[in-house]
Design a protein around this ligand. Structure first.
Ligand code: SF4
Ligand code: SF4
Length: 381
């Protein structure tokens, strides 16, 4: 039976989070079951962009410190890595602003930006027959995913499995959004990636998560938990339930469970530590569920809506020109080249826009919002 540990932790005070991480690992059988002395252990943090820890966009550096300490205790060689979708020149800034590099260095871990690309045959997936994954990840003895618990306007929820999207080096990520615009197809792609990497463990930062417009533009929200599991599907199922989703509302969890890569049914998951009923929080602001709806609409109907009667169901990114600094980050990340700079801020060609919300994800000024018409609002629940 899959086991997920839930440990209550109210803040990021280092001693408290050290204890929480240790306990979460001990409840699932101890880290020495996963890491052997001398093994190369890759810690995949979630470092989306250059946001400070208090914005709850990225894995908190205190949690990273605790995990490095735990891995060193069992004599693993620690490497902390990431490949955020931001421009290469900005990655160093992100390591700095998030506090992740400082934490890693002070704890004696190596920090790397993934750049080696390995081509993996994925021909069972017609949309993406070849995966480009980080050689640094595939070459590690042990991979541990360290996600932040957040909502996500495209996938609804981002956790242990979605965190692996950052194992695609450079701008391949952007291309994939263009190739796979439907959320359910994107979930299948994520599970292809997950099946290749097969992380050994995930430890989730759910002390302060993000609600609403995740993964980057929502407000932080205290959840007060650290979760750990060797079954990433089970961990995501539990985490999404804590914030108010039914686990199979999340395409990534459902597809992973269908493919037999882990357990997604709560009744078949053994919870150790705090009971699920105590960890669950009420009134969490979920992400827009418009993408769930779009999954259920047949392709030809969607085509008709988008091209013949786009006013029927409208959800679109909008730019707040007063906040925009014209940095062009969003333009660089738009996978369909739907954006170009206007007089005061970028202009979006709604015919080309696939509603991936990468523009919102990468705007550090929080100048990209989402606009819904009345029908779209109705389905947002
Ligand atoms: S919307 Fe945001 S990312 Fe885009 S140009 Fe303006 S400030 Fe930069
Ligand atoms: S405009 Fe924004 S939401 Fe639309 S395709 Fe480009 S990045 Fe995605």
């Amino acid at each position: 039976m899959s086991v997920v540990s839930i440990v209550k932790c109210g803040d990021y005070e280092q001693k408290r989070i050290d204890r929480a991480v240790k306990e979460s690992l001990s409840l699932i059988g101890g880290l020495d079951r996963v890491v052997k002395a001398g093994q190369k252990v890759l810690l995949k943090v979630n470092m989306l962009n250059a946001d400070p820890p208090e914005k709850a966009v990225t894995t908190h550096p205190a949690l990273l410190r605790s995990v490095i300490r735990a891995v060193k205790e069992v004599k693993g060689e620690v490497i902390v890595g990431e490949a955020p979708g931001i421009a290469y020149k900005d990655i160093e800034k992100a390591w700095h602003v998030t506090g992740l590099k400082k934490a890693a260095k002070e704890e004696g871990a190596k920090v790397i930006n993934f750049h080696k690309v390995e081509r993996i045959d994925n021909s069972q997936n017609k949309q993406v027959p070849v995966l480009h994954l980080a050689g640094e990840v595939l070459g590690s003895d042990v991979v541990i995913s360290l996600p932040k618990l957040k909502t996500h306007n495209f996938t609804l929820f981002t956790g242990a499995i979605k965190n692996l999207y950052g194992c695609i080096p450079g701008f391949h990520k952007k291309e994939l959004h263009r190739l796979v615009p439907r959320p359910e197809d994107f979930a299948r792609l994520m599970i292809d990636i997950f099946a290749v990497i097969k992380p050994d463990l995930a430890i989730m930062d759910g002390v302060v998560g993000m609600e609403g417009d995740g993964p980057a533009a929502g407000p932080p929200r205290k959840i007060g938990v650290v979760l750990a599991s060797q079954d990433l599907v089970a961990l995501d199922a539990v985490a999404s339930h804590i914030i108010g989703y039914a686990p199979f509302d999340i395409d990534i969890t459902r597809v992973a469970a269908e493919r037999g890569l882990g357990e997604g049914k709560l009744e078949k998951i053994e919870i150790k530590g705090a009971p699920l009923s105590e960890a669950k929080i009420e009134g969490y602001q979920l992400a827009s569920s418009i993408n769930t709806l779009l999954n259920k609409v047949p392709g030809f109907v969607l085509f008709a809506f988008r091209h013949l009667a786009p006013w029927v169901l409208k959800i679109k990114p909008v730019i707040d020109k007063d906040r925009c600094t014209k940095c062009e980050e969003c333009i660089g990340h738009c996978p369909t080249e739907a954006m170009k700079m206007g007089k005061d801020c970028p202009i979006i060609d709604n015919k080309r826009c696939i509603k991936c919300f990468c523009c919102q994800e990468f705007c550090l000024e929080r100048a990209v919002g989402i606009k819904y018409n009345w029908l779209a609002k109705r389905f947002q629940i």
